[in-house]
Design a protein around this ligand. Structure first.
Ligand SMILES: *Cc1c(COP(=O)(O)O)cnc(C)c1O
Length: 262
């Protein structure tokens, strides 16, 4: 047997927990995509997890996503040239999962496949303008603030359907789903009741939007669940879980969400 690296082992653990949570919810594990959040990873780990078959990679800051995407692309190109004997790594898909400022949209677009945190009309309009200029149709998700406390980011539940309609009508954007974060203090404690309510509420809004056919058939993703609460999220219908520390260790970088203000 080939000895497993620590990362390969953690990945297997996370994947089997995802599968178990899906099965417990009478869902197919294949419905849940793992987005490996590389905030705390070193470049070698990013290459390794890609080689292990995880193509969906997430970053919460524009500059880091752009840099890491460029590094990885360069590495993969060098490999194609110099190591024709080894199996080619699949192409990565980069997800911008953090709060996005309008003045960074242009720099982000060439490197990103999915943008999770769209939460205002002004941001969506900037994305539409820049996507048109870049000649691309950008996949985006609407970030919902489904918590009970005021949270910094995300559109309020009552405004989500309308904003979703507006985004879905923009020709250079594809609205592919909803994203949410449980309140940072909710954890999985007390049975994770608070987190679970946030995920359930998000799924209700998701179903309402699907009922209205907003976004059409490409509107099919629920991006929710992180290292400490992804099983609850899967129980409530998550199709994308964003997992960092359970794979790469390190301190959870929640502060970044709050620090990236302005
Ligand atoms: C950092 C981050 C994650 C991953 O969090 P972990 O607790 O490390 O799994 C998920 N989503 C967002 C928006 C993040 O910023």
């Amino acid at each position: 047997m080939i000895p497993q690296t620590p990362l390969a082992q953690k990945l297997r653990e996370v994947q089997s927990r995802i599968a178990a949570a899906a099965i417990a919810a009478r869902r197919s594990p294949s419905e849940v995509t793992l987005v490996a959040v590389t905030k705390t990873a070193v470049p070698e780990q990013i290459r390794e997890i890609l080689a292990l078959g995880i193509v969906d990679l997430g970053e919460s800051r524009v500059q880091q996503l752009v840099q890491r995407s460029a590094q990885l692309t360069e590495y993969l190109q060098r490999r194609v040239v110099h190591a024709a004997d080894s199996a080619p790594s699949p192409r990565p898909r980069w997800h911008m999962i953090g709060h996005l400022q309008r003045n960074k949209v242009k720099a982000l677009l060439p490197s990103v496949q999915v943008i999770h945190g769209v939460d205002s009309l002004r941001l969506a309009e900037e994305l539409e303008t820049q996507s048109q200029r870049a000649g691309k149709r950008q996949a985006v998700m609407l970030q919902l603030n489904a918590g009970e406390e005021p949270q910094k980011f995300g559109v309020a539940v009552g405004a989500a359907v309308h904003l979703g309609e507006q985004i879905a009508s923009m020709p250079h954007l594809a609205l592919v789903g909803l994203m949410t974060m449980a309140p940072l203090d909710a954890g999985a404690g007390a049975g994770g009741d608070k987190s679970r309510r946030v995920f359930a509420r998000t799924r209700e809004v998701f179903e309402e939007m699907r009922w209205h056919k907003i976004g059409g058939p490409s509107f099919k993703h629920l991006s929710m669940g992180m290292s400490h609460d992804f099983e609850l999220a899967i129980a409530e219908g998550a199709t994308m879980v964003r997992i960092g520390t359970a794979l790469f260790g390190g301190e959870p970088h929640h502060e970044e969400q709050l620090a990236d203000e302005g």
